[in-house]
Design a protein around this ligand. Structure first.
Ligand code: NAP
Ligand code: ZN
Ligand code: ZN
Length: 380
């Protein structure tokens, strides 16, 4: 791995005898042991997360070291800790909604400087050479495949560990700039929840004159309501109950319906141009497809652990379409952050200390989240 060139950079890290030395203008500023950092990990599938230490790699020429300030808890973290999608790598340090500050840069880093506010989402690398990578769709990399932020193997052959930790080392291209005027804690959830709904709303044209329904008012859903509204669409929330109606309307919805009430499916039949389904559990999608207008599209972003089910006729009638969408590429993630900052959009969050991660998991599983738990990493 390339060494940091002390002459070229204002602040540089070099590892010596197991410790990292921080230099400025060729002088040692301090000695840090960032090769080993504090984290919260699940030691085995379904096991409670516990405090531990994990290794972080030495800074390469194109790497940055990020001091993580906040990490969001995504329902995907829980699916993976539970090994609900299979093939989990344990111990697992979840976390792909990372907001922090650049603490050091490698010798050839050009995109970020020490002190910059940056975010990292679901990916930390990809091949950079395939057509999808070149087009900014790194999540669909056909070369090496995207390297996910955790529960994956990096291009160096080592397991990746996520954002429930004090520091992370990533290649500069996979860190995005957090615009001025938006706080780090409410930004962290945008790195997954925000981009995952921004991308399909942009692609399927949420705009004035369009009717959009958001199924599930959780982490993704509450971002979808805000972003769809900011794009000018008319938004309806389809939630299990009316418990969160007031919040949904405040977030920008003009209608809010309970899916536990059969009348919802009759009254709203053939209404929507676009439905974004964020639900993390098994649903009868046929009932929701019936709410689409002719040529309307239901986009599946929720990733339940069971196969999807629907009647074929729900799709055939009205020429309806069903699609999926996976997070978003790096350029679109930057575009989403800039959009959210420009529109004053952030996540509605409950900040928790690290020791409450396991309680937060239980509450997310019980749909008792308003609307994202964010770990204050300083409590680690
Ligand atoms: P979340 O905060 O738990 O929100 C999910 C919402 O779904 C809940 O708040 C609840 O909303 C609704 N819900 C939960 N259980 C339900 C049930 N049994 N029946 C009907 N509705 C139910 O989760 P999230 O973090 O937003 O993630 C949502 C899903 O998206 C997860 O499966 C996650 O893995 C997936 N995801 C996918 C991508 C992607 O790239 N496609 C990216 C990130 C996350 P109400 O209380 O309003 O009904
Ligand atoms: Zn996520
Ligand atoms: Zn690629």
């Amino acid at each position: 791995m390339a060494r940091v060139s002390l002459a070229l950079v204002p602040t540089a890290f070099v590892r010596k005898r197991g410790a990292w030395l921080r230099f400025r203008s060729g002088r040692i500023l301090d000695v840090m042991t960032h090769t080993s950092v504090t984290a919260y990990a699940a030691p085995a599938p379904k096991a409670p997360l516990e405090r531990t230490t994990i290794p972080r790699r030495e800074l390469g020429a194109h790497d940055i070291l990020i001091e993580i300030k906040y990490a969001g808890i995504c329902h995907s973290d829980i699916h993976q800790v539970d090994n609900g999608w299979g093939e989990g790598i344990f111990p697992m340090v979840p976390g792909h909604e990372i907001a922090g500050v650049v603490a050091a840069v490698g010798s050839e880093v050009t995109r970020h400087q020490v002190g910059d506010r940056v975010g990292v989402g679901c990916m930390v690398d990809s091949c950079r050479e395939c057509d999808n990578c070149k087009a900014g769709f790194e999540q669909h990399c056909t070369g090496t495949g995207p390297v996910m932020t955790y529960n994956a193997t990096g291009r160096d052959g080592e397991p990746t560990y996520g954002g429930y930790s004090t520091h992370i080392v990533v290649t500069e291209d996979f860190a995005v700039r957090i615009p001025e005027g938006i706080a780090l804690d409410v930004t962290a959830p945008l790195l997954c929840a925000g981009i995952t709904v921004y991308s399909p709303l942009a692609r399927w044209g949420a705009a004035p004159g369009k009717k959009v329904a958001v199924v599930g008012l959780g982490g993704l859903g509450h971002m979808a309501v805000q972003i769809a509204r900011a794009k000018g669409a008319e938004v309806t929330v389809l939630s299990q109950s009316l418990r969160k109606k007031e919040d949904g309307l405040k977030l920008g919805a003009s209608d809010y319906r309970a899916t536990s009430d059969p009348a919802t499916f009759e009254e709203l039949a053939n209404s929507f141009d676009l439905i974004i389904n964020t639900v993390s559990a098994d649903l009868d999608l046929g009932a929701y497809l019936g709410l689409l207008r002719t040529n309307g599209t239901l986009v599946q972003v929720g990733a339940p652990e069971q196969p999807l089910r629907t009647s074929p006729f729900a799709l055939i009638q009205n020429n309806r379409a069903m699609a999926g969408s996976s997070i978003g590429g790096i350029p679109e993630t930057q575009e989403m952050l800039d959009f959210c900052a420009a529109h004053g959009i952030g996540a509605q969050i409950e900040v928790i200390p690290a020791e409450e991660i396991n309680d937060a998991y239980r509450r997310v599983q019980a749909s008792d989240v308003r609307y994202r738990f964010v770990i204050d990493v300083s409590t680690m």
